[in-house]
Design a protein around this ligand. Structure first.
Ligand code: SAH
Length: 214
């Protein structure tokens, strides 16, 4: 696949739309403006890549809407070198946005097909440093904890205890919480045993499902 002048034009318009919808973090806008989102979709759908919409990526899953990616990434306050855990690799797009911002990214996926696809795609796109794992996100990645940042990209019925434990003191987690519909929640670990939860707007995600899927 190629990134052409036409794609870059569509991407610029997408970024302007995100700005109008209230995304202010210039670094986040720049990352989205840089990353060819059409590489994450089937070639037949490449023009859909620059609409501000979620899109099916197979296995009943979706690549999140660009606005949602931008909003969550902004909330996460990612800085260079931050050790960052993503739960729900999906297409790998969000992981690349985080890497583009200089985060050290660890991403977990429970669907084997999606994990394998991302494993092929991300190095070929120039992100060999993103570490991908075929694991159950409810358990996190204890052997690499603590994480400065944690982002969950599936709708969680509750905040898993393992993810709280794996958040560094001073760290931030962004997670959509709820069954049918979710409330975006930003969690800050203020001290070893003190978490602050900030509920934000309503969203709709595919469900955060416990256990692996072959
Ligand atoms: N961040 C993705 C969006 C993926 S949608 C992107 O940028 O494309 C949410 C993803 O979470 C799906 O791929 C789904 O399979 C995955 N998921 C759901 N439950 C999970 C779990 N317990 N562990 C890991 N991944 C999970």
């Amino acid at each position: 696949m190629q990134d052409t002048y036409r794609h870059r034009g569509m991407r610029r318009r997408l970024v302007e739309g995100l700005r109008k919808r209230g995304i202010k973090d210039e670094k986040v806008l720049e990352a989205i403006g840089t990353l060819p989102r059409h590489f994450f979709l089937d070639k037949a759908f490449e023009d859909h890549a620059y609409l501000d919409k979620a899109f099916p990526i197979g296995n009943d899953q979706t690549i999140s809407q660009p606005y949602t990616v931008a909003y969550m990434t902004e909330l996460l306050e990612v800085e260079k070198r931050h050790k960052t855990l993503e739960v729900g690799t999906g297409s790998g797009y969000q992981a690349c946005v985080l890497a583009q911002l200089g985060a050290r990214v660890y991403s977990i996926e429970r669907q084997k097909d999606l994990y394998e696809r991302a494993k092929m795609l991300l190095p070929s796109m120039g992100y060999p440093q993103i570490r991908l794992f075929y694991r159950d996100g409810y358990k996190g990645l204890p052997e690499y904890a603590p994480f400065d940042r944690i982002i969950v990209t599936a709708g969680a019925p509750y905040i898993p205890e393992a993810l709280r434990e794996q958040l560094a003191v001073g760290g931030v987690m962004v997670i959509p919480v709820g069954e049918e519909e979710q409330t975006m929640v930003r969690v800050r670990r203020i001290a070893e045993n003190l978490f602050e939860e900030e509920p934000l707007g309503p969203f709709r995600f595919v469900p955060f499902v416990e256990g692996l899927n072959e």
